[in-house]
Design a protein around this ligand. Sequence first.
Ligand SMILES: [Fe+2]
Length: 386
Amino acid sequence: MPFYVKHGEIPKQRHTQLYGKDGALRYEELIGREGFSDIYSNVYHIHPPTKVSQVGALTPVTISPGGQDAHRHRHLETFKMKPAGDFLSGRRVLAYNNDVIMSVAVPEHQADFFYRNAHSYELIFVHHGTGILESTFGRLAFGPGDYIVIPGGTLYRFEYDEKSPQPRLLVMEARGEIAPPKRYLNKHGQLLEHAPFCERDIRVPEPMPPMDQSGAFPIKVRVEQGIQEYTLAHHPFDVVGWDGYFYPWIFNIRDFMPITGKVHQPPPVHQTFEGPGFVICSFCPRLFDYHEKAIPAPYAHSNVDSDEVLYYVEGDFMSRKGVSEGSITLHPAGLPHGPQPGKYEGSIGAKETDEYAVMLDTFRPLRLAADAASIDDPHYPYSWME
Ligand SMILES: [Fe+2]
């Protein structure tokens, strides 16, 4: 899905000489996916990007399973989470499978390191907070409602503004590309006219001056076994220019143009991204169905192949009772779910909804993590009783 972007100084042709004003040769780095067969960018550094001055500790990371007492619907009250750690150490994994890891972070302090997820794409949904994501590719200012898409292998620094409200992040880590659905694209890769957003809505990194600094620059890299620390001998963002299709980018949920219908439209009309083994949908304010006998609230449904997770962002969610901003509901396969008592009937005649929510539907069962058990609402499974 990403499109061609070019910033700063690059040589006229790939893999040829580029010199600075001081006559120093620039160092090319290719960052790409799928064994040189998928998206890539060519980046030009002042220093070779390979100068590791120290290999530090490897800290194992394991996810503790928990909350598997019963197969039932869940309401996870993430609004009860206290600020902890930074944007990385503060991630509390709530649910996971072999395709995707979902966590929520309420960071207490800034991170003082650069970070790269070696294997996984990251999708960071910014519920609250403003700041800057700096990467090899430049600066991306972020704010509430932003989906930040970070290809695995991207080196970045996540910094929230000093005057930012308490940041709150929903994070998905995926074993493969997170991108708009392929069915939204024409054969040239352009978003189609009837897709609910277009390239104009996508923000790409802004150029930033190259950081020509020597010293000791700490980097943490998430690898299979855990987090590996390194020290680089120079600032990693010593980039004079780059071009290509590989870079982090942002789409804001408020720029999603909902598709509505004469009768109730199913979640695929809200789809925003797809990843290996899951989809992400955005529920946004919209007008309801215009059939004279329409029932705007969804019917009860068994989405047989999927576990459905909803993160409630803002507004009054039309089909749910007892959820708040920051709630997560998890409706696993094997058990139908639908509007709570009164919501189905109550939706008749309603003209619009002002809800914002982010949905993760997986194609394979999710496991709950121990941190989910501690914020689990035990009454939720019975909330369909009158
Ligand atoms: Fe559902």
